[in-house]
Design a protein. Structure first.
Length: 222
């Protein structure tokens, strides 16, 4: 997988590059928006990691100037964590938004979640009866009402839907969403699943418990 890292801070690019190379990803870099646009026009990338505040051209302008045929999965990595900036990013089609300072291990987990979703051609919106999940906007609606959910709960739900009808172990969830070096125990998965089910309300039963293994997402009528 080839990733373009766009950030005007060299140290940030170096940290991301180090962790990405450890995952065997191929890395290219840009220090400003104009250079990034040029690279995106003439190179093929699988993922874009993009800062907002940069010289020459800011990240939002970069997104607006990428031709439709060249658009790729995008993660914004920015010190700007205002809700307006996040919503603006999702409106422009980004896949994830991470605020600085950030955990490189969490970034790698987010990269894997985004690329896994896009490579499996997961639809932008999942619908089941009155449940609507927008993977690009990271929103969940029930009866057209927005449901509050944490980013980690959303990642868990997304991963379960990606692997619909497949039993996923707690260890798999920990490895996929927390990273290989996570030192907690699998009870954290049970806690997040409990909160996720509470947030899903009448659709809590879509997440099935598989005794002795873990969980699976099943929307088939019984």
């Amino acid at each position: 997988m080839k990733i373009l890292i766009v950030d005007d801070e060299k140290m940030i690019r170096e940290v991301i590059k180090e962790y990405c190379l450890a995952e065997k990803y191929e890395i290219d870099e840009s220090s400003n928006g104009k250079e990034a646009i040029n690279k995106l026009l003439y190179n093929d990338y699988d993922l874009l990691i993009l800062d907002i505040m940069m010289p020459e051209m800011d990240g939002f302008t970069v997104l607006k100037n990428i031709p439709k045929e060249r658009k790729i999965p995008t993660i914004i990595l920015s010190a700007r964590g205002d809700e307006y900036d996040k919503l603006n990013g999702f409106d422009l089609g980004i896949d994830d938004y991470i605020t600085k300072p950030f955990s490189p291990k969490e970034l790698i987990a987010r990269i894997k979640a985004v690329t896994s979703r896009t490579m499996k051609n997961l639809p932008t919106v999942y619908k089941y009866k009155t449940l609507e999940i927008n993977f690009s906007a990271h929103t969940i609606k029930i009866n057209n009402n927005l449901i509050n959910i944490t980013p980690k709960e959303f990642e868990i739900l997304t991963y379960l839907i990606e692997n619909k009808n497949i039993a996923i172990s707690r260890e798999q969830l920990l490895e996929k969403l927390w990273g290989y070096d996570y030192f907690g125990d699998d009870r954290t998965i049970d806690t997040h699943i409990k909160m996720l089910r509470n947030n899903l309300g009448i659709y809590r039963t879509l997440i099935k418990t598989i005794r002795g293994i873990g969980y699976k997402f099943n929307d088939e009528e019984e």
